[in-house]
Design a protein around this ligand. Sequence first.
Ligand code: FE
Length: 234
Amino acid sequence: MDWILKENIEELKKMVLKEGWLAETLFNQALNSLKERDEKSTKIVLGRKNEINIMDMKIKEKALVILSTMMPMSKDLRIVIGSFVISSYFQMISEKSLEIAKKTLELIKEPQLKPLVTIPEMAKYALIMLRESMRMFADQNMNGAENICERDQEIDDFLEEVRSELMVYMMENSKYVKRALILLEIAQNIEEIADQATRIAETTSYIITGKQYRCFNDKLYTIDSLENTKEENS
Ligand code: FE
């Protein structure tokens, strides 16, 4: 009976990683289409919406079958629950990537507002965070969790930078407003993708240790350390 459970958990992990790989691919492709202002590749990204939903549904179905028929315990149980949760994060990342593609289509109808500098830089960091969080889950190893958490703060700072850069354009000329707003929405999507990568790192840390973790400001906390911080501040 035990080997059946192990085999099913391995299968579930593979499914989650495959979903993660799809999310990463979509994010990467959406970013390239944005950089190159390429309508054709943007539409290819948008054509993959179904794939994302099917993968997420299959993972949830599989996790529920394992839970209801194989009674996993301790770490096995955490992997099953964690996979269920992480699947939603990957789905969200894919959907945000599709949002970026949709906005890119709108953006390329108009002349280029300015060469993109900060957004690709921000995206590079978000992509690194996503890859790191996937590696944590694949290897079931907590190394890298703190880096991901620190980067989350950097991404928030990048978003502020993008916001002020675009504000200058918007104030300069009202005909820039529409394009600046689209770019700002894209930057917000990238920030949200980085947030999901952080959630994946937190959930993976929970799977590994059995403890809840939260990234707060740029530090990773357990319940105890967060409570102590609260007392220090009060
Ligand atoms: Fe954030």
